[in-house]
Design a protein around this ligand. Structure first.
Ligand SMILES: Cc1ncc(COP(=O)(O)O)c(C=O)c1O
Length: 250
């Protein structure tokens, strides 16, 4: 695609991609950066999920920028997933001239990032609290992921997924049920999940939903049981008058 279309920019998420959870290996990273360089494409690599490694035996590939000979990769990230969703401080790592251009463009686009939030992130990074906060977050996410996987295996055995080694989301194939219809029926039962076509073009991924592992324990079990009920409603061709009970997963 890069060779045929030679786009000016490609946005990629090689670390626990949202929604699929995929972790891209070193060789594919190298190939992507080299092909992008040849087609004059700037690669924006979003590392927002990179710290959310959930399995102890995962060896992380090298960052995309490690394969860059200069000027092809712009790396971005955010504290909002690794630490806390309310801490919306991001960062950019790029060649010095790119950073200079971004800084001057930004001056006209916004009025600056919140100072207290920036101080909080700086404090975490300097004071060593960052690693501790990320470790807490990872442990929690791993627990929630495992709870969600167990609930899905028990209640929706015909749904297919690869258990992601990190990130926040699971990409689930919903058997013979349309993901779009499942999302509508699920919302009526109080569980809001985005359907596959929201992540593609021209109606792609119709038989998928994205399930974030943001809740665990009994809440995860209840959420999946409502999704299973929604699937039954869709399969029977009916709607539901049930009111949402205020349980939102995504
Ligand atoms: C992959 C990815 N990158 C970036 C962001 C945005 O981060 P922020 O909350 O700092 O704007 C999100 C948030 O959903 C995300 O999923």
């Amino acid at each position: 695609m890069l060779r045929d279309a030679a786009p000016r920019m490609a946005y990629v998420m090689p670390d626990f991609h949202n929604p699929t959870g995929t972790l891209v290996g070193d060789e594919q990273r190298r190939a992507l950066v080299e092909t992008a360089r040849a087609s004059g494409t700037v690669v924006v690599a979003d590392e927002t999920m990179a710290e959310l490694v959930l399995d102890a035996d995962t060896t992380m590939p090298r960052p995309m920028a490690a394969f860059d000979r200069g000027g092809t990769v712009i790396t971005v990230g955010s504290a909002s997933k690794a630490i806390w969703a309310g801490l919306r401080i991001g960062w950019v790592r790029a060649a010095p001239d790119v950073v200079r251009r971004l800084v001057s463009a930004r001056a006209y686009l916004d009025l600056g990032s919140p100072v207290v939030d920036q101080l909080a992130v700086a404090w975490l990074l300097r004071g060593g609290g960052w690693d501790q906060a990320v470790a807490t977050r990872r442990a929690r996410a791993a627990e929630h992921r495992d709870d969600l996987v167990a609930a899905l295996r028990a209640q929706t055995p015909d749904w297919e997924f690869t258990v992601p080694g990190g990130g926040m989301t699971m990409w689930v194939r919903t058997g013979d049920v349309s993901g779009s219809r499942l999302a509508v029926a699920g919302e009526r039962l109080g569980v809001r999940v985005p359907s596959g076509p929201r992540f593609g073009v021209d109606g792609a991924f119709e038989s998928y939903v994205r399930l974030p592992f943001t809740v665990g324990g009994a809440t995860a079990v209840e959420a999946v049981s409502r999704l299973a009920a929604a699937a039954r409603i869709v399969r029977s061709g009916g709607g539901s008058d049930a009111e949402g009970a205020g349980l939102f997963v995504a």
